[in-house]
Design a protein around this ligand. Structure first.
Ligand code: GLY
Length: 274
């Protein structure tokens, strides 16, 4: 339902829906497809022609090495995976920040029906434009953060730019603090969606060269939005992964949520088995 709802929302707004590309990228700088934008790197850089100016898909991703490596986090929290699926919409020289943010907000609150009061947004401190758009679209004051949180690139070189992240508040019963605070990894706030504004290409000399046109690249984890929609505390308890976790418990004779250390192992085996 989440995949279908996402794709039909963007289709009705002029996006061409395409299937997931291979997990093995046609790109010597990456071992695996780490994000939905990987198949579109050439288009974003302007070295390949765009087959459409608006595109949306559900891309299979692996983050188990290189710049985007989640391997060491898998199991220790309930939201990282070596393999996951990324919902994404793109503008190749078509809409930019204003429309991207307005569509993200509408989809999350009016279509998926998430409580607007539980959504927290962050923007890059240099991106006054994105913060002003959030204020206009949602009334929210974005939390301004630096490159670690709000600057995105697939690899050490290539298309990149400032981004704006949408986080969901799982509630005050959960430990953890707001994005950008010392206890941001506590678990209360989960990042659900990232809109990247691809304005630059970082070249081999490390220089940021402005791209000839403005692009949008967004990524929302299927497992994470499912976790929020299904009201569970981790992606492992969603219908995407629960059946694997149950089977791992059955085979090992262990019970989930009885012992913290065992839970980490059960989540790791579940992720890797998937
Ligand atoms: N390319 C956007 C993301 O991975 O968050």
């Amino acid at each position: 339902d989440i995949r279908k709802t996402f794709l039909s929302y963007f289709e009705s707004r002029g996006h061409k829906i395409v299937p997931s590309a291979s997990l093995i990228p046609n790109d010597p700088s990456l071992l695996f497809t780490v994000a939905g934008m990987v198949p579109w790197k050439g288009i974003l850089q302007g070295t390949e022609p765009a087959f459409a100016t608006r595109v949306a898909d559900v891309q299979k991703c692996i983050r188990a090495g290189g710049k985007h490596n989640d391997l060491e986090e898998v199991g220790f929290d309930g939201r990282h995976h070596t393999f996951f699926e990324m919902l994404g919409n793109w503008s190749f020289g078509d809409y930019f920040k204003e429309e991207a943010i307005a569509m993200s907000w509408e989809l999350l609150t009016s279509v998926f029906g998430l409580d607007p009061n539980r959504i927290v947004v962050t923007t890059h401190y240099s991106d006054d434009e994105a913060a002003a758009i959030w204020k206009k679209v949602s009334g929210k004051d974005a939390i301004l953060l630096g490159d670690k949180d709000n600057w995105w690139s697939a690899g050490d070189t290539g298309p990149c730019g400032p981004c704006t992240e949408m986080h969901y508040d799982l509630g005050e019963d959960m430990p953890g603090g707001l994005p950008g605070t010392p206890d941001e990894d506590g678990g209360r706030f989960v990042e659900i969606w990232n809109d990247v504004f691809m304005q630059y290409n970082k070249n081999e000399e490390g220089k940021f060269v402005p791209l000839g046109r403005h692009n949008v690249d967004t990524g929302m984890g299927v497992e994470r939005i499912a976790m929020v929609a299904q009201g569970v505390e981790s992606t492992f308890e969603t219908d995407v992964l629960k059946h694997i976790l149950n089977k791992v418990c059955e085979i090992t004779g262990k019970t989930y949520k009885e012992n913290n250390k065992t839970d980490i192992s059960l989540r790791i085996v579940t992720d890797h088995a998937r």
